[in-house]
Design a protein around this ligand. Structure first.
Ligand code: IMP
Length: 510
């Protein structure tokens, strides 16, 4: 079928899905009514969204999943990163035809546990573990070629077939001087430092914006590569003075090193925009995999304590080369509690024994840097904001098992400023964000171990109420629940299970 005809068919089916979605508003309202049910159980300690808060919960029709209505699914972190996106991508990749990373670089760390094997990926999309899934590093990603080639070597050593990887020729490269500038920039900021991963992410995106970046395609032409490195180094002379004698800054050394990487990457370099559109045109399922999280977004996050790219869903379009109409679903991955790495506001942050306990139980140490993560209660003010700026259609709630054993769980539903002002919405002002504290609703905890649970109905009532409260408050249905680190340790909810007929399997059957 010609591409346009195929796309027209997909487009028509989306209209149907939208209509069906509208008729499901009733179902979402039913959900809202259950907030009242939870509050009845808990009595007066629990203000309902309708009574205790001036703002009504967001109500969105739940998504309709059929294989034709969700060829384009974006997966983003809806908190401060480290939500478990790798595991969810791995699960979706099994049913997908392609997985595309669209922003960030090796500041990300995605952990996938397969039986007794643990894979830690920083750049290569988590779909690589599925043999027939096309894996794309999109144009919006910044690529450290050393990390990429090391990751390829490691995967091959572990007998993972990497032939399905493609790297956008337009992706920008992290150069040795970007890492030096990242280190130097943080040192200069002293107490005000952002706590970056020091992987050169910010300086690389800065060069991209300044049109001084080196792209993957430049690795294939020695003359161009050298010329571009000279041009990029020139305005950085002053900032790089402390590294003047560093051999890594020698023009010939950089050029030779990067040409070697280019040689090793050559077979993977491609026009990835075309590859992605071919799949979408054929009605195949493409997962767009985000890195970091919405609150680290350079435009919408807690600036300046953010990363230098846009981890929100809209960036999937720019970073992969598709249009908004190519996206059918947006899944927000969250943890059942909150974590943050690096500096910056974190209104629900905990300290002391409780924080230590959650950190230890959840293994909250960075995949990339090994840093201990800050931990806190779940923040629904921030999550509702993330749902808005991403157009979330479903939530994947990970690490619910970590919360077993607490008598009560706190859920932040509002912020309070230092002078008593109340914030139902995420404050836009940096000063305010730094000083607000969370106001909480207490929910009963549960003692049962959840790691063996595979059906939503087998969860303890308190765990179901906890999830329902989150979903109702944010106005987004839950599709998937994580109850352990393994890929099989998940619960597909009714909404999520509808996906079973999607992607590869459905395409093969058609
Ligand atoms: P950068 O992305 O290395 O420039 O770091 C900027 C901020 O984003 C720092 O606070 C980092 O800790 C944070 N950050 C970057 N990548 C991740 C991630 O994958 N997970 C969590 N935090 C991240």
């Amino acid at each position: 079928m010609p591409a346009q005809a195929a796309r027209a068919r997909v487009g028509a089916s989306r209209v149907g899905a939208a209509r069906e979605g509208t008729s499901r508003l009733g179902a979402a309202c039913e959900g809202a009514a259950q907030v009242g049910a939870v509050s009845t159980i808990l009595g007066s300690c629990l203000p309902t969204c309708g009574e205790g808060h001036t703002r009504k919960p967001r109500v969105r029709p739940p998504p309709a999943y059929t294989h034709l209505t969700m060829p384009g699914i974006v997966l983003v972190g809806a908190q401060w990163g480290d939500e478990g996106k790798g595991k969810v991508t791995d699960l979706l990749a099994e049913r997908a035809d392609a997985v595309v990373r669209f922003q960030g670089g090796n500041n990300a760390g995605h952990t996938i546990v397969r039986g007794r094997q643990t894979f830690k990926l920083h750049l290569i999309p988590s779909g690589i573990l599925h043999k027939n899934t096309l894996c794309v590093i999109g144009n919006g990603v910044v690529v450290d070629p050393k990390v990429l080639t090391d990751e390829l070597d490691e995967l091959r050593r572990r007998r993972v077939d990497t032939r399905s990887l493609r790297i956008s020729a337009n992706a920008h490269l992290i150069m040795p001087y970007h890492m030096m500038l990242d280190h130097a920039g943080e040192a200069k900021l002293g107490k005000l430092q952002i706590g970056t991963t020091r992987r050169g992410i910010g300086p690389c995106y800065a060069d991209k914006a300044a049109r001084l970046g080196i792209r993957v395609q430049d690795l294939l032409d020695e003359k161009i590569l050298k010329k571009k490195i000279v041009a990029a180094l020139e305005p950085k002379r002053l900032s790089l003075r402390p590294f003047a004698k560093d051999p890594r800054l020698d023009l010939q050394t950089i050029t030779e090193e990067y040409l070697t990487y280019g040689h090793r990457m050559a077979n993977y370099i491609a026009d990835t925009v075309r590859l992605v559109h071919e799949r979408l045109d054929a009605g195949q399922t493409v997962v767009f995999e985000g890195a970091q999280g919405a609150l680290l977004d350079i435009d919408h996050g807690t600036y300046p304590f953010v990363t230098s790219s846009n981890p929100v869903a809209g960036a999937a379009c720019v970073g992969a080369g598709v249009g908004p109409k190519d996206i059918d679903e947006v899944w927000g991955v969250i943890k059942a509690y909150g974590t943050r790495v690096g500096a910056g506001p974190f209104p629900t942050e905990l300290d002391g024994d409780l924080a230590d306990e959650i950190r230890e139980r959840g293994g909250e140490y960075g995949t990339t840097t090994g840093r201990a993560r800050r931990v806190g209660w779940i923040d629904l003010v921030a999550l509702r904001y993330a749902a808005q700026i991403n157009s979330l259609t479903a939530l994947a709630v990970m690490k619910l098992d970590v919360l077993s054993g607490f008598d009560r769980l706190c859920v932040c539903t509002r912020y309070r400023g230092p002078e008593g002002a109340e914030f139902d919405d995420f404050p836009y002002h940096q000063t305010m964000l730094h000083h607000v504290t969370g106001e909480y609703v207490d929910l009963p905890g549960w003692s049962e171990d959840l790691t063996e649970v595979r059906e939503e109905s087998d969860l303890p009532a308190a765990a179901r109420d906890y999830l329902q409260f989150i979903s109702d408050f944010v106005g987004v249905p839950i599709a998937l629940i994580g109850v352990g680190p393994g890929r099989e340790e998940v619960i597909w909810t009714e909404a999520g299970a509808g996906m079973a007929g999607s992607g590869k399997a459905a395409s093969a059957a058609a």
